[in-house]
Design a protein around this ligand. Structure first.
Ligand SMILES: Cc1cc2nc3c(=O)[nH]c(=O)nc-3n(C[C@H](O)[C@H](O)[C@H](O)COP(=O)(O)O)c2cc1C
Length: 210
């Protein structure tokens, strides 16, 4: 199959799976392939301000379900990935941004220039809510890559924003100054075939600007 066809097939395969086959489990190699797609995702300034919690414990899934609008995906999936967005690690006081920039093969003065630009950017955030919103936006890019990597392997997923954040953070015992729940992403195998995607027309959403 040509690259173009592989990607189109994955786009068509992926859908927001509402119910997974509880008997089918994703193997170690495949879940690692999916998570690797998240790890390799782009992030603003290369900060990689995310963490992926992988949950397979059935009791923990049961505990989370009521805080996730009782959605059956939470307990029927094979692997529940909770995507966390960083907060403190994105602040200069943590020393983490400096470490991220220092990985670049650049002279020290260039690194310092990057840190300066970053300082102006991060200092302009109004508050922690604003900083986390920036952090969370980027986790959605990692989520998309993971969903598409899964689709290439004929593995289903469903992005879940329908959850009570504070309760989920608490159940997962997160230090919310460091990381907070951004998106919940179950993976597994569909129980039944899916209807065709409903999408707006190409010309309705795309405008080639001259
Ligand atoms: C950010 C985001 C949050 C979503 N949250 C939920 C959710 O909580 N539960 C759910 O069943 N689907 C959720 N969805 C799935 C959408 O409803 C679905 O992607 C959309 O209806 C299009 O359907 P398709 O993905 O099957 O093509 C979410 C999708 C996105 C992008």
């Amino acid at each position: 199959m040509q690259n173009r066809e592989i990607f189109t097939k994955a786009l068509e395969f992926r859908h927001a799976c509402k119910l997974f086959d509880e008997k089918k489990k994703i193997n170690e190699q495949d879940i690692r392939y999916i998570l690797e797609a998240g790890r390799m995702s782009p992030s603003s300034f290369g900060m990689e301000g995310w963490k992926f919690l992988v949950i397979t414990d059935e009791k923990l899934k049961e505990e989370l379900k009521p805080c996730c609008w009782d959605q059956p995906q939470i307990t029927t999936c094979s692997h529940l990935v909770v995507i966390l967005g960083a907060l403190n690690p994105l602040k200069l006081q943590s020393g983490t941004p400096q470490k991220r920039f220092a990985r670049r093969d650049l002279p020290d003065d260039m690194i310092q220039r990057y840190v300066g630009v970053y300082k102006t950017f991060i200092d302009a955030k109004r508050d922690d809510t604003d900083t986390f919103a920036w952090s969370a936006r980027q986790t959605y890019i990692a989520a998309t890559n993971m969903m598409m990597a899964a689709a290439v392997l004929d593995i289903d997923s469903c992005p879940i924003e329908g959850f009570e954040k504070e309760k989920v953070d608490k159940i997962l015992k997160l230090d919310t100054d460091e990381f907070q729940t951004s998106l919940i992403l179950p993976f597994g195998y569909r129980v039944k075939e899916q209807p065709k995607h409903m999408r707006r027309d190409f010309d309705d959403i795309v405008e080639f600007v001259r």
